[in-house]
Design a binder for this molecule. Structure first.
Ligand code: TMP
Ligand code: ASP
Length: 213
């Protein structure tokens, strides 16, 4: 899996890039996959090939974006007319259909079943895995003084049919807010033209490097 220097937002309508982004995200995702592994959560990650790519298990990607939310932000804040940052009583798992041409629409569990994107057992498994990842990442980011607001995961199936965590976990697909300043340290800086995009990704990398060996 190769990490590019480009970044997109709003289903690829907005495009940008910054130097070394691929390298920075390779390191961030590697550290997070390693930490998850040491916490008993496997992923498709096998090893790194060079500073911008990793060897991963071959999987068939399940065409669902599995979003976990701890606090209200982004599309949920807009949909419900709520302020960003409000804590949810318990983490929320949502499915979106992974199709940019349709703008990744939200799907109910019944819609996932109706369109045979996943069966009932897989839906249950995806939710349980996503919540397990959330628990580990909440603790990890809390220890580096960052609030994990929400994030997106993708899963795939290997030959045996087993479901594994795939894709990447980087500031591209997470909302990460500094606990002290409330500053956003994720792709919202690019989406919302807040500046300091590279510096924010590097800040996440450096804090993670400080605690994951
Ligand atoms: P949202 O507020 O736009 O629904 O996004 C929730 C979280 O999921 C946010 O951290 C960004 C991430 N996400 C992606 O990485 N890719 C996507 O296509 C979508 C819709 C969300
Ligand atoms: N991942 C999507 C895109 O590349 C949506 C987003 O992150 O805003 O456009």
């Amino acid at each position: 899996m190769d990490f590019k220097d480009s970044l997109t937002a709003f289903n690829a309508q907005k495009k940008g890039s910054f130097p070394e982004k691929g390298k920075v995200n390779t390191q961030i995702s590697t550290l997070i996959f390693k930490h998850l592994k040491s916490s008993g959560i496997g992923s498709h990650w096998i090893e790194n090939l060079d500073d911008h790519s990793m060897v991963v298990q071959k999987v068939k990607i399940i065409p669902l974006e599995v979003v976990v939310r701890n606090r209200i932000a982004g599309s949920l804040a807009k949909k419900m007319g709520k302020e960003e940052g409000l804590l949810l009583k318990k983490p929320l798992v949502e499915f979106y259909y992974k199709d940019d041409s349709l703008n990744d629409p939200f799907l109910s569990d019944d819609q996932v079943l109706a369109f045979e994107l996943a069966d009932a057992a897989t839906i249950t498994e995806l939710k349980a895995l996503a919540l397990k990842v959330d628990q580990v990442l909440l603790q990890l980011f809390n220890s580096i003084k960052i609030d994990l607001i929400d994030f997106k995961l993708e899963f795939g199936t290997v030959k045996s049919g087993q479901v594994v965590l795939a894709d990447e976990i980087t500031p591209d697909g997470c909302r990460l807010w500094d606990q002290q300043t409330g500053e956003k340290l994720d792709k919202d800086r690019f989406r919302r033209d807040l500046g300091m995009v590279k510096e924010s990704y590097l800040e996440i990398l450096n804090r993670l490097k400080g605690i994951i060996k």
